[in-house]
Design a binder for this molecule. Structure first.
Ligand SMILES: Nc1nc2c(ncn2[C@@H]2O[C@H](COP(=O)(O)OP(=O)(O)OP(=O)(O)O)[C@@H](O)[C@H]2O)c(=O)[nH]1
Ligand SMILES: [Mg+2]
Length: 109
């Protein structure tokens, strides 16, 4: 669905970018999608949450591995947006409270 995302950017005030941490084959394409999203003009200053999902699966990569594969430190340092990263399991709900806290924090702003 990536090619149609830009049609939603205009009215966006925040972005949640969900990554499948159990899918090694998609890491590079996911990283490219993230970079193109962060460089889109309408998203210049929106709050961004990068969610590493499926942490319950045995084959899941650790947050340290994912951050390293994405070169997230470099991405965060050069991005114009405030970026937060969290781990989550949509299946077990682990990490969900932190996501809700993030949502609340950006709504209050
Ligand atoms: N174990 C586990 N399964 C999850 C989690 N989140 C979603 N799923 C399952 O993942 C499946 C959906 O696959 P995804 O890869 O998330 O969906 P997608 O990226 O739209 O589909 P693909 O393009 O095929 O990768 C469903 O069966 C969900 O139940 C999670 O946190 N843990
Ligand atoms: Mg998938």
């Amino acid at each position: 669905m990536g090619p149609i995302w830009p049609s939603y950017f205009k009215d966006c005030c925040s972005v949640i970018f969900m990554v499948d941490s159990a899918n090694t084959a998609q890491v590079s394409s996911s990283c490219i999608q993230l970079l193109s999203l962060l460089s889109a003009d309408p998203l210049h200053s929106v709050s961004v949450l990068i969610l590493f999902n499926k942490r319950d699966m045995p084959c899941t990569m650790s947050l340290i591995e994912m951050k390293s594969l994405f070169r997230l430190d470099d991405i965060i340092a050069s991005a114009t947006q405030p970026i937060r990263t969290l781990e989550l399991s949509a299946r077990s709900g682990e990490g969900l409270q932190e996501v809700l806290n993030w949502l609340e924090s950006i709504i209050v702003k």
